[in-house]
Design a protein around this ligand. Structure first.
Ligand code: Z5A
Length: 235
């Protein structure tokens, strides 16, 4: 069986990753693919606990940069083995809102941890599970932070309280990552209307699905769901 397509969405705060992940999930379903939509950190019972811990603003001492890195990696190691790899092996496509490039951009780039160490640990946690396609939703951080501030219903979590300079470093790191891997990355100008952004993502995804190595076997109808997995049947 041809493995499912693994697509990740990356970018700084408020660039529209979550919004577009939902729309891409619908799009792939409409093409007859079974899809599992996930987010990082999170996506498993353990990962959601870690997510909660990482976002807390009331810890007497916040996590040190090294501790923070290892928590993100623990969430990912679990997600890959419990959800992502089993789904891909069954021909189910996976859309993940953030993945290992976030670690390189935030803990490597913005927190300035040693990049080689971050890369080695990233590889260990991901266990060879590499996205087929990564969308970088690129936006000046001040625009993204304004979007977040307008969002109703919750205050800023621990990471969202970082400085503008921090998010500028995140953006620069992402741009370097995208430039270094043009085959996997597709950069999208996220400072456009939601409709225009989604149209571009779909265009690129269509092209990727049409490649011979995507093959008709990519389209798997009603496969057995992975244990506890959120598998959406084709519409
Ligand atoms: N992190 C890390 O440091 N290391 C790691 O390895 C990993 C993560 C995996 C996760 O937070 C945090 O963890 C994140 C990175 C760090 N930290 N920070 N800071 P999260 O999952 O809670 O949040 P996020 O990933 O940063 O997503 P977000 O802030 O919710 O933004 P988004 O998903 O990119 O955007 P959105 O929710 O789709 O849209 C935001 C708002 O903008 C919303 O009101 C939309 O309606 C609006 N929007 C969306 N698109 C548009 C357009 N095109 N125009 C206008 N308005 C728009």
């Amino acid at each position: 069986m041809v493995p499912g397509l693994f697509v990740t969405l990356e970018g700084s705060e408020g660039t529209g990753k979550s919004t577009n992940a939902i729309l891409l999930e619908r799009f792939l379903r409409s093409r007859g693919l079974s899809v599992l939509a996930l987010r990082e950190p999170g996506g498993t019972a353990l990962g959601e606990e870690i997510r909660h811990l990482l976002k807390r603003t009331d810890l007497p001492v916040p996590p040190c940069a090294e501790g923070e890195l290892l928590l993100f990696l623990a969430s990912r190691a679990q997600l890959v083995r419990e959800r992502i790899q089993p789904a891909l092996d069954q021909g189910i496509s996976v859309i993940c809102d953030r993945y290992f490039d976030s670690t390189l951009a935030y803990q490597g780039g913005a927190r300035s941890l040693d990049l080689e160490t971050v890369k080695t640990l990233n590889r260990f946690a991901a266990g060879g599970c590499i996205p087929d396609l990564t969308f970088l939703l690129d936006l000046p951080p001040e625009v993204g932070l304004r979007r977040i501030a307008r969002r109703l219903g919750r205050g800023r979590d621990r990471m969202e309280r970082e400085s503008l300079e921090f998010f500028q470093r995140v953006r620069q790191s992402y741009l370097s990552l995208a430039a270094a891997e043009p085959e996997r990355f597709h950069r999208v100008d996220a400072d456009q209307s939601p409709v225009a952004v989604q149209r571009e993502l779909r265009r690129v995804l269509e092209k990727r699905l049409a490649r011979p190595d995507a093959g008709p076997d990519r389209i798997v109808r009603f496969p057995a769901p992975p244990a506890g997995g959120k598998v959406l049947p084709p519409e």
